[in-house]
Design a protein around this ligand. Structure first.
Ligand SMILES: [Mg+2]
Length: 142
């Protein structure tokens, strides 16, 4: 039995091949990124400067940017610690539970309708977004 209507999800190569201008033109104002294997390879300990430059570019386009990750470590996680200086981060999100999505949307002051979830996993990233009524984009790799 279908518990919710599964809407088509876009799939793209990576976060760099998404048409962000198109998303903005269609009314999207908040971009919520998964971390592992979406912005950085799983197990990455240091934040790559190009990730920050990329997120900054999206901010310049007019988007609110946030990170929603199931990573469990928090204060002692150097990559999460670095990202927090720039953008809101919700870790231990428990995706696909809706709790983490609600938390990051509140931090960004964004509605589900105006937000996009971008991640590499259908079950954790996209299903949760669909349940929230958010558009989602699955990326194949970092
Ligand atoms: Mg991931």
């Amino acid at each position: 039995m279908m518990l919710c209507r599964i809407r088509p999800t876009e799939t793209t190569e990576s976060v760099r091949t998404i048409d962000y201008d198109h998303l903005y033109a269609s009314g999207k104002r908040a971009l919520i990124f998964d971390l592992d294997n979406t912005l950085a390879r799983r197990g990455t300990k240091q934040l790559n400067a190009s990730i920050l430059a990329f997120l900054e570019l999206l901010g310049d386009k007019g988007f609110q940017v946030g990170i929603l990750t199931n990573r469990r470590r928090n204060a002692d996680d150097p990559i999460v610690h670095s990202l927090r200086k720039w953008v809101p981060v919700v870790s231990k999100a428990g995706k696909p539970s809706r709790r983490g999505y609600r938390k990051i949307l509140a931090l960004l002051d964004a509605s589900p309708q105006a937000s996009v979830m971008i991640g590499d996993r259908w079950f954790t990233d996209c299903l949760g977004a669909v349940r929230m009524g958010m558009h989602s984009i699955r990326v194949r790799s970092v």
